[in-house]
Each structure stands twice: as structure tokens, then as C-alpha cells.
Design a protein around this ligand. Structure first.
Ligand SMILES: [Fe+2]
Length: 287
């Protein structure tokens, strides 16, 4: 099957055409998609009418799948699929604007995911877009002084802070003892070398990064706030406007994402996500 790869909006985003994911893919097609994914951090495939098994089968071409620690959001028969929905279809995620903060998925894991593959089932006609930030370009655009300050530094990530904030606001149930035990601090480089591309990328996110080690708390907070503001400047952003049937697959290591708000009472937004396991990240040595 011949596929076409066309850059859209930004050099790090490409649309793939000529692929029907409801049919088995041959090795050549899988290899071409994989190569396109290393060449572009984000791939978009429009108009895919696939069931849960086909979503899982496609995702497994890129690695083993990771199951989320919040079991309530998983499809009972297919726990590899996380349901993101404001209507609770197949899951019980509360009625809110889920994911409306800048983050990379599950960076609080010791081996954070390599990527995520999101399938839009029902999408609002306005709002509910996903914004993606190019963390390679964000790193490269930092001034030398900031690069020196962060190269070789380690950041602490934890899911507990984010979850408890939402639980306090009544948007999540109180966590179980098992979840609390699972949500330990993990450490990752603030900037890392991507194992496939060899390029450096920033690896911090507003969702789950809680501190930069070796700095006073106020310094850490100020530096993180400055880095977040830097990363989400318009030149680093691709905004995906969803249509039903879209698949967006992103390299979770060199991008951040954030959902935009929409009218949750008026519109349904239901998506299925698979998450591909990753490995520990390589440090960028201090200059
Ligand atoms: Fe996410």
C-alpha cells in the first residue's frame, strides 16, 4: 500500500493518507508509518473507521501498550484503551474539560510512554481542539544561558499533585491507597537526547513536573514557569481541529499537549487513547 506523507501546519506535523486502519497493514506500510513518525513528532490520519480491536492492533505495531493507573477510565473488555469522555461512555471520567492543561502523558512513570494514539469518536463542532507544542524547537530556541542552566539538571514528576488538585475540586473521586502508593516521585532530565532522532528536547510539563532538583523552591518554580511560557509560544504550536474518525499519534517525549475548552453541557467529546510504553530518557550532560 503506497502512503503519502504531507507536512501540515508545521514541519513536525504530517498527515498520512492512503492508509485504511480497518484492514491489516503489511510490513512495508507499517515501516513507512514508523519512519514518518520519527521524521515528524505528530502524525494525523483522517477518516478512520476502526473498532477497539483494530485500534489496539494498530498501536501494537509501535510497541507494547501501557495501561493507565486510574482503572475507572479504561474500557472493561479492553483495558489498553483509555476513554476520554465528558459523557462517561464506557468509562466514568467526570463531566469536565479533561486534559485542558499543558502536559505529556504519564511523565510521572519511571519509564514514561513513547507515544499515544488518540482516536476521535464524537467531537464538538467548536472548541475541544488539541494543541501540541514542539519541545525540540522550544529547546533549540532557548538562549545559551538558559541551556547551560538546565542541561544536566533533573526534574521531579508526580501524578499525585495533579490528581489531588482535581479531587479537591470534586472533579475526581478520592484516590485509593493502591493509587497513592503507585504515585511516587520519579525523576527525568529537564532536557534529554531523543533516542531515535539524536536531537535534544525539553522534557518538563505543567501537568506533572513538580520541581527542578538542585534549585531553591522559588527558583525552581520561577524557572519552570518561564520554561512553560517559552514552550507555548505560537511558533511552537500546532492546533488540531478534530473531525470524527481522526487519529492523531504523537511522540510523547518531544511534544506537550493541551485540550482547549468547549461547552461540556452542550456537546459530547469522546475519544479513545492507547499509550505505547517507553524507556528511561537519556540525560543531556551539563556544559
Ligand atoms: Fe494527555
Amino acid at each position: 500500500m503506497a502512503i503519502s506523507v504531507t507536512e501540515i501546519g508545521a514541519t513536525y506535523v504530517a498527515e498520512i493518507e492512503g492508509v485504511d486502519l480497518s484492514a491489516p497493514l503489511d510490513g512495508e506500510t507499517v515501516a513507512a508509518i514508523r519512519q514518518a513518525w520519527w521524521d515528524h513528532s505528530i502524525l494525523v490520519l483522517r477518516g478512520q473507521s476502526i473498532n477497539q480491536e483494530q485500534h489496539i492492533a494498530f498501536s501494537r505495531h509501535f510497541g507494547e501498550l501501557q495501561v493507565h493507573s486510574v482503572k475507572d477510565w479504561l474500557l472493561p473488555d479492553h483495558p489498553e484503551i483509555l476513554v476520554l469522555s465528558n459523557r462517561g461512555r464506557g468509562g466514568v471520567k467526570p463531566l469536565d474539560n479533561g486534559g485542558a492543561y499543558w502536559h505529556s502523558d504519564m511523565t510521572y512513570e519511571a519509564k514514561p510512554p513513547m507515544g499515544s494514539i488518540l482516536h476521535g469518536l464524537t467531537v464538538p463542532p467548536e472548541g475541544g481542539d488539541t494543541l501540541y507544542a514542539d519541545m525540540y524547537a522550544a529547546y533549540e530556541a532557548l538562549d545559551d544561558e538558559t541551556k547551560e542552566l538546565i542541561d544536566g539538571r533533573i526534574a521531579v514528576h508526580n501524578y499525585r499533585h495533579r490528581y489531588m488538585k482535581m479531587a479537591k475540586g470534586g472533579k475526581r473521586p478520592q484516590p485509593s491507597a493502591e493509587q497513592l502508593a503507585q504515585w511516587q516521585d520519579t525523576e527525568h532530565p529537564v532536557a534529554f537526547i531523543h533516542p531515535e532522532s539524536g536531537r535534544k528536547a525539553l522534557y518538563i510539563n505543567e501537568g506533572f513536573t513538580v520541581a527542578i532538583k538542585g534549585l531553591e523552591p522559588d527558583e525552581s518554580e520561577a524557572l519552570l514557569a518561564r520554561l512553560y511560557a517559552h514552550c507555548v509560544q505560537p511558533q511552537f504550536i500546532y492546533a488540531h481541529k478534530w473531525r470524527p474518525g481522526d487519529i492523531v499519534m504523537w511522540d510523547n517525549r518531544c511534544t506537550m499537549h493541551c485540550a482547549t475548552r468547549y461547552d461540556v453541557a452542550k456537546y459530547e467529546r469522546t475519544m479513545h487513547r492507547t499509550t505505547i510504553k517507553g524507556a528511561a530518557l537519556c540525560h543531556v550532560a551539563a556544559a
